[in-house]
Design a protein around this ligand. Structure first.
Ligand SMILES: C[S@@+](CC[C@H](N)C(=O)[O-])C[C@H]1O[C@@H](n2cnc3c(N)ncnc32)[C@H](O)[C@@H]1O
Length: 321
């Protein structure tokens, strides 16, 4: 089981993090850089000695800087969610919308956490004015003690990882982050998928994908990009037009729609890199495989050697169950 961060989002890589980690574990680098950190789940599981974690969403960065400078603690989170959870229950859920309004006016990180953990499907979505607009999950008893304890432990785990490593969090556009990249960095990019999801902090175009490719190529550092190769209906042609001179590793992944087993959608997830990943082939070879109708999988899931600190945290989590 990977370390799970306290903030949720629809693009979260929790289920792919072991595969990503196993592909990059033999790569040498001085600093791990994420221009699109999202919930931070990848960096928090890789646990590099030094990391630059960035995102254009200010609420994510404020939250993790709050943990780093100890304004947000597990004890504070426990007290806040317990008290606010009572108000949610007593209002039969209506209080969710009071917190959402307060968050959109004041931007408090604890309100952000409250919304992330009690909104519909753990989604993160902002309207054109930058206001959080996801509706309530319709569970007034949402912050029962078991969930509050789980979230409190997630905050504790992440703060321990941030404290042990040298983590810097910055709210900035990916282009600013890529200008700060050094030759000894490993850049892990997980941009939004083109055209999939349009949101105030989270939209992506073909032009941006081209700029990302050019800046990564020009940075002279090692890079790994998360994207998708194909699903039942189509193939991601950008891999062969924009990322055609790279290596590719793939893994089949199932997304559940509405939690029903019958509604699972298989997607071939991909990692694109300018270095030889553990289980990869040249992108051009993949193009031939597609034309020939061959299997698109480059590897089976492998056992990832977890860092010692992560093992200790996981053991502790099991003891607390
Ligand atoms: C697919 S998500 C990253 C998910 C992350 N790897 C995780 O597992 O939680 C993409 C992220 O890119 C951020 N983003 C979108 N456009 C951006 C831009 N122009 N510059 C920097 N970050 C951006 C979004 O706010 C979002 O958090």
């Amino acid at each position: 089981m990977p370390i799970v961060p306290p903030i949720k989002s629809q693009g979260i890589k929790t289920k792919l993090v072991d595969w990503i980690a196993s592909n990059v574990e033999d790569i040498n680098y001085d600093r791990w850089v994420e221009p699109f950190m999202g919930t931070g789940v990848v960096g928090f599981n890789i646990q590099p000695k030094k990391a630059l974690m960035c995102d254009s969403n200010p609420h994510l960065i404020k939250f993790y800087n709050g943990i780093k400078n100890k304004e947000i603690t597990s004890a504070g989170v426990k007290k806040f969610l317990t008290e606010e959870g009572v108000k949610l229950l007593e209002s039969d859920g209506a209080y969710y919308y009071d917190v959402r309004k307060r968050f959109n006016e004041e931007g408090s990180s604890l309100d952000f956490l409250f919304l992330s953990r009690s909104c519909f499907n753990g989604m993160m979505r902002f309207n054109r004015k930058g206001g959080f607009n996801v509706p309530f999950c319709k569970k007034p008893k949402r912050f029962a003690q078991a969930l509050v304890t789980k979230i409190t432990n997630q905050v504790k785990n992440v703060s321990q990882i941030i404290e042990t490593g040298d983590f810097t969090f910055k709210c900035q556009d990916f282009q600013t982050t890529l200008k700060e990249v050094d030759v000894n960095d490993l850049v892990y990019s997980d941009p939004p998928y083109i055209g999939r999801h349009v949101d105030y902090f989270d939209s992506w175009s073909e032009e941006e994908e081209i700029i990302l490719n050019q800046m990564l190529e020009n940075a002279n550092a090692k890079y790994v990009l998360s994207t998708w190769l194909s699903n039942k209906y189509r193939t991601n042609e950008y891999i062969f037009s924009i990322w055609n001179d790279s290596f590719i590793a793939t893994k089949e992944h199932f997304y559940h729609v509405g939690g029903k087993e019958a509604n699972r959608n298989a997607v071939n997830e991909a990692l694109i890199s300018n270095v030889n990943l553990k289980y990869c082939i040249p992108t051009k070879e993949m193009e031939i495989k597609i034309k020939n109708g061959d299997s698109l999988l480059t590897s089976q899931q492998s056992e990832y050697k977890k860092p010692t600190q992560l093992m200790l945290l996981l053991e502790e989590e099991n003891l607390n169950k």
